[in-house]
Design a protein around this ligand. Structure first.
Ligand SMILES: *Cc1c(COP(=O)(O)O)cnc(C)c1O
Length: 369
């Protein structure tokens, strides 16, 4: 079956004898011993969580998925599952929250090299005898840099390292890293999976239920960073419309990127769908659409960028992405002093409002800076 159909029909376990069409929320934290599915206690397993995990696994073309209470908890579970003393190669423009997880929580436990993942020679040069994990994120945040998943997976295989891909920006609608050679996919479900800026969540999906995956499951169960049954319910419900929402986000992002490209007050536009983007060809070879996030640099530096953000009405000046409402932020202002992000860079999560309204709003804001 196709993605749209699977999204609607998978992960919907009906056991109630009244046969509701939609699986209800099972709030009970504990279950009578000897039940059919062997469910004991909600931290270890819950019907809503197993439905969500089944759904995400199927959509991402994996054998199994594990849901977490946030994207950061999902990513951190991977670093927790590694044996101490592992060397990790990660992107130099890695999502800052997971960069912080590695540098703040695993300092003295694992060793990390941050490299430019669009440079295959730089990845090869960073390999050490104890390299156990290569972490990629494509398209990346906030510069929308593209990593060649197939090529990096070859390097990971030669090295004997796991390849984990943060697929948050692409979603399984647009890109399936497991089919391109990745071993595990990570998601912040807070973004497009939830899609309405009202649920925090994360997930890992594995190609095979191997020994490392058992460790991930142990981290999930014992560490306990699991989502509530209610959050699992809302996520399952939101994912039903993911394919159609992504079609809208991709279409709108392209319209916005082209508008910005022609704008005299814009210095540079970063969107992999644009032919002049350095990762365009690779993105076209591994994605079926270029995503819903567009970044651009405004002429006039950070000041002009801040002013533009102040003048828009329809775009909320807030962090995060993937919701139906458009968001805008000057990225360097939230990433802290060590960021590599240019100070005049604005990131837009392009929402599902009509693009005529979005462009009109941007136009009136540009006219005031
Ligand atoms: C938001 C995000 C995360 C972290 O997810 P949370 O749900 O906020 O913990 C990780 N990676 C990317 C690419 C993200 O955008």
């Amino acid at each position: 079956m196709k993605f749209e159909t699977l999204a609607i029909h998978k992960g919907n376990k009906i056991t109630d004898r009244n046969q509701p069409v939609v699986q209800p929320i099972t709030l009970s934290t504990t279950f009578i011993h000897g039940n059919e599915e062997g469910i004991l206690y909600t931290r270890a397993g819950n019907p809503n969580r197993s439905s969500l995990e089944e759904l995400i696994a199927v959509l991402e073309r994996g054998e199994d998925a594990a849901a977490f209470s946030s994207g950061n908890a999902a990513g951190t579970a991977v670093y927790q599952a590694l044996e101490p003393g592992a060397h990790i190669i990660a992107p130099d423009d890695m999502y800052h929250g997971l960069h912080n997880s590695m540098t703040m929580l695993f300092k003295g436990i694992h060793e990390v090299s941050f490299v430019d993942m669009s440079n295959l020679d730089a990845i090869k040069a960073a390999i050490q005898p104890n390299t156990k994990l290569i972490w990629i994120e494509t398209p990346s945040n906030p510069l929308l840099k593209v990593t060649d998943i197939r090529k990096v997976s070859e390097i990971a295989k030669e090295t004997g390292a796991l390849l984990v891909c943060d697929n948050t920006f692409a979603t399984p609608v647009l890109q399936n890293p497991l089919l391109l050679g990745a071993d595990i996919v990570m998601h912040s479900s807070t973004k497009y999976f939830g899609g309405h800026s009202d649920i925090l969540g994360g997930a890992l999906v594995t190609k095979t239920k191997d020994h490392f995956w058992e460790k991930i499951r142990t981290v999930q169960r014992v560490g306990g960073a699991v989502p509530s049954p209610t959050d699992c319910y809302w996520l399952t419900r939101s994912i039903r419309s993911l394919a159609y929402r992504m079609k809208g986000h991709v279409e709108h992002a392209m319209i916005l990127a082209e508008y910005l490209l022609d704008h005299p007050k814009v210095e540079k536009v970063h969107y992999p769908g644009l032919k002049n983007h350095p990762g365009h060809e690779i993105a076209a070879g591994q994605m079926s659409g270029f995503g819903g996030v567009v970044s651009f640099q405004v002429k006039g530096g950070a000041e002009a960028a801040d002013l533009l953000i102040e003048k828009v009405h329809l775009f909320a000046n807030a962090t995060s992405l993937g919701g139906v409402e458009s968001l805008i932020e000057r990225r360097a202002s939230v990433e802290g002093p060590d960021t590599l992000t240019p100070p005049n860079l604005i990131r837009v999560s392009v929402g599902l409002e009509h693009t005529d309204d979005l462009l009109e709003d941007l136009e009136q804001a540009f006219s005031q800076i």
